[in-house]
Design a binder for this molecule. Structure first.
Ligand code: GAL
Length: 354
């Protein structure tokens, strides 16, 4: 059996515009629901080692939850994943000022970033598998960024229980682009539990240390001998509260890890195992980095699906991306996109049990 896609109305925005919800299923019992608003992954049901399905992402029961959300639950992020220092950059001699929405800095594309956009959404042709294609035209000047950006993101669920996310973009003027996906995972499928027992392995020998506003200092530091060394599987909770200045800046893990391997090549970035359920998540990406965030800002104030309160560290994020503040760091891999070029990036979330 090949996978299937169904569509229904998710809800209506305050202005009356209808937003659709797409459900992708495969024969292995995996089910992914994606909304046209924010390109959000609303739910992701995967079986545990006994074949019992459970929803492994945080989110809301209805569209209004996503409209009001300020934690980026499940959303597509653009134009720029993570922070740009003071919301400023200079490109080809011109200075740009973006909205400052996180302390002194710009975060996740601004308050009206792609996570709040209504995307044009269609099921993928069945020859391409069970999937949904999302398109958005970001006008020149939106959230301060130059150039009209045409963005296309597809979510595809394979029979091997991989959620394949492909990102593409073109522009009519030089700009910066760094798209990512902001799902919070809890592989226990019980978000009233913390993620501290999840065992994480990261294919990273280095991180980009940050200042106390979470902007990279420019240094590429070895993980060796620090709580950021996840080269062997280690429970998140084992060192998350260790006395380390980098952990103190962020209240836990909230850092960009520099992935091993060639930029542009699809490579294993992370492997996470939840011992209780046996669920395993592997992340592959063409991106040079991954933001590992241990849900430190979750404080129980969000009421999510089924009325659950999302407490401290009840979800973790793995955001495949270019490094934070790259527009101001010429030594980091470039995020510049120019007319005639095509931005392309792929990330694969593969689910299994052990
Ligand atoms: C992460 C970011 C965190 C926090 C979170 C949303 O990507 O690194 O610092 O802003 O998003 O609450």
């Amino acid at each position: 059996m090949t996978g299937e896609v169904t569509r229904e109305e998710f809800g209506r925005l305050p202005g009356g515009e209808a937003v659709e919800l797409f459900t992708l299923r495969n024969a292995a019992g995996v089910e992914v629901r994606v909304a046209g608003f924010g390109g959000v992954v609303v739910s992701l049901r995967v079986p545990d080692r006994d074949g019992r399905p459970g929803d492994v992402v945080l989110g809301y029961d209805d569209l209004a939850g996503y409209v009001g959300d300020d934690a980026y639950l499940g959303a597509l992020i653009g134009r720029y994943g993570n922070r740009i220092a003071r919301g400023r950059f200079t490109l080809d001699g011109r200075e740009y000022q973006l909205p400052v929405n996180n302390g002194p800095n710009h975060l996740h594309g601004g308050p009206r970033g792609f996570h709040k956009a209504v995307w044009r959404a269609e099921p993928l042709p069945s020859t391409e598998g069970a999937g949904v294609a999302l398109a958005y035209t970001s006008p020149d000047g939106e959230e301060g960024y130059p150039g009209t950006l045409e963005v296309r993101v597809t979510y595809r669920l394979t029979e091997a229980s991989e959620l394949v996310v492909d990102y593409a973009a073109t522009t009519d003027a030089p700009t910066h682009v760094n798209l990512t996906q902001h799902s919070y995972f809890n592989l226990t499928a019980d978000p009233t539990r913390s993620v501290l027992e999840h065992e994480v392995e990261l294919a990273a020998d280095h991180l980009t240390p940050v200042d106390d506003t979470l902007i990279p200092t420019g240094e590429i530091a070895p993980v060796e001998g620090t709580p950021f060394d996840f080269r062997r599987p280690t429970p998140i909770g084992e060192r998350v509260d260790a006395p380390h200045p980098q952990l103190a800046h962020a209240g836990g893990y909230d850092h960009n890890l520099v992935l091993r391997g060639e930029a542009g090549e699809l490579k294993l970035a992370a492997r996470v195992r939840e011992p209780g359920s046996g669920r395993v998540l592997e992340l592959y990406t063409t991106e040079p980095g991954v933001q590992f965030y241990s849900g430190n800002f979750l404080d129980g104030s969000i009421v999510g699906k089924g009325g659950a309160r999302y407490g401290h560290r009840s979800g973790f994020c793995l955001e495949p991306q270019h490094f934070p503040d790259s527009p101001n760091r010429l030594a980091f891999p470039s995020t510049v996109l120019r007319p005639g070029e095509r931005y392309a990036s792929r990330s694969v979330y593969r689910f299994g049990v052990e």
